[in-house]
Design a protein around this ligand. Structure first.
Ligand code: LLP
Length: 461
């Protein structure tokens, strides 16, 4: 018998699972808001996405694989676009970017955020309209800035005095006048994991508002008169579930807008409040729909502008995770199952921390289900682990899986569309998995699987 077959489960939770994890009534049930919208478990017990069974996907494309529900991804783009009507929605490509995704983003009418020359290359290679691209980054090189200016990107978000000097020189030399925003650090700490909070003062991004650097950056850009200062930018963190952090940041950034108006007699036309909208990784998470976020943010901005007698600037936002995250699940095959008596079952899959570093890096929580069949067995408390040579190689810390989970089963982990493929590594020389887009009964590879030959091709010894 498996260590945790139902009955003993509640007593065992003190050893293993977190207190919120409850024994499921049915291990085969899918919690809808965790899964891409076209995913269902068919009558035969097998999960399908976009009308294609995961068994077929595993046979054709192998495992592990990231499976992208294209209809879901596009619907989330549209929901943001429609909710933020009158504003610009920049999809944050750092969450996940490839040419096919860049095209979907363009087709759905969104703009695109990139933060390196590499991401810019993908966007340009996909034919993404350059004037709808924004370039971020706290250490953009001369080469990256030059490429962005030459490509005619729509905006560059300035992050340091060195960068102001660099871009001013490039613009002079090229006789160009790029649009810029100044990234302001507003001293708001989003309620999230420390390593992914980006707007409190003690960090590398942006110009400090409280310390006066932001006002000095504005002065420098206006005095030089070479760059087109369009507005201010603030990004307060990730996995944020309400608008209270945005309220404080909008108030502070608009305070600087008002100062600029008073001092220079110009009102900057743009305000970018960044991304960071949270998604559901487990049943504990309850994200707000884009329409609620948009209404909340519009109200905050309008009220602050009225209070400061400012014209309402053109707003933009930069969601990454909230668009890509829920649209993807990772499909693995189970290789070994080990019962560690009195604690839990260790279910090893054919990927791990190389395709999802978030559990190890941020202590992130995920869920999982057996995808290739329904089971009549009761639940067992399991930990889904990878194949890497590291004890911390955990994909899902705690999940109830059917007690008969066995080698050969396909296991699906939802919510892996953001920051999993984009942060994937080759640890232990494991090739990175493909991304397979599925829609209307058709599956196509949009990022191919890396091969051992790809890895050996870099090895010149
Ligand atoms: N805009 C800016 C300026 C950002 O720095 C970020 C994320 C975003 C937008 C998009 O944030 P999102 O809506 O995706 O939360 N690797 C971490 C997340 C790092 C986010 C960095 N900046 C993770 O896996 O959670």
């Amino acid at each position: 018998m498996r260590a945790h077959e139902a009955g003993a489960l509640h007593a065992d939770l003190g050893h293993g699972g977190p207190s919120w994890l409850r024994t499921p009534d049915d291990v085969n049930a899918l919690v809808p808001h965790l899964w891409p919208r076209t995913v269902v478990r068919g009558r035969d017990g097998v999960l399908t996405v976009g009308g294609v069974s995961v068994r077929e996907l595993a046979e054709r494309f192998g495992t592990p694989a990231y499976i992208l529900d294209e209809a879901d991804f596009r619907a989330r783009c549209r929901e943001f676009r429609d909710a933020f009507k009158g504003a610009d929605v920049f999809y944050a490509g750092k969450a996940f970017l490839c040419k096919a995704v860049a095209r979907m983003v363009a087709e759905e009418g969104l703009s695109l955020d990139v933060c390196t020359g590499g991401e810019l290359s993908v966007a340009l290679a996909a034919g993404f309209p350059a004037d709808r691209i924004g370039l971020h980054g706290n250490n953009k090189s001369i080469a990256e800035l030059t490429r962005a200016v030459d490509a005619g990107v729509g905006r560059i978000i300035l992050d340091s005095f060195d960068e102001i000097d660099r871009l001013t020189a490039i613009a002079r030399q090229r006789n160009a006048r790029p649009n810029v925003l100044i990234r302001v650090t507003v001293g708001v700490e989003a309620h999230t994991h420390e390593y992914i909070a980006t707007a409190h003062e003690d960090q590398k991004f942006g110009f400090s508002l409280a310390g006066g650097a932001a006002a000095e950056a504005v002065a420098r850009v206006l005095e030089e008169g070479v760059l087109e200062l369009r507005g201010l930018h603030s990004h307060i963190g990730s996995q944020i579930f309400d608008t209270s952090g945005f309220e404080v940041s909008a108030r502070r950034v608009l305070g600087l807008h008002a100062e600029i108006r008073d001092r220079y007699g110009v009102q900057l036309p743009e305000l970018d409040l960044g991304g960071g909208f949270g998604i559901a990784y487990t049943t504990q998470d309850d994200p707000s729909p884009p329409a609620d976020l948009a209404a909340g943010m519009a109200k905050i901005v309008q009220e602050e502008c009225a209070a400061k007698d400012l014209a309402v600037p053109h707003l933009s936002v930069e969601p990454g995770r909230a668009i890509a995250g829920p649209a993807v699940f990772t499909l693995y095959e189970v290789g070994t199952v080990k019962d560690v008596d009195g604690i839990r079952s260790y279910v090893s899959v054919d990927g791990g921390m190389s395709d999802n570093i978030r559990t190890a890096l941020y202590d992130a929580s995920y869920s999982a289900t057996v995808a290739s069949r329904a089971s009549a067995a009761g639940p067992t408390l399991a930990r889904v682990v990878g194949k890497h040579c590291e004890a911390g190689d955990v994909v899902v810390k705690d999940e109830f899986l059917p007690a008969d989970v066995a080698p050969g089963d396909l296991l699906a982990v939802p919510g892996t569309g953001a920051y999993c493929r984009s942060m994937a590594s080759n640890y232990n020389h494991v090739p990175r998995p493909p991304v397979v887009a599925v829609a209307d009964g058709q599956a196509r590879v949009v990022v191919r699987r890396e091969t051992e030959d790809d890895l050996l091709a870099l090895d010149v010894g």
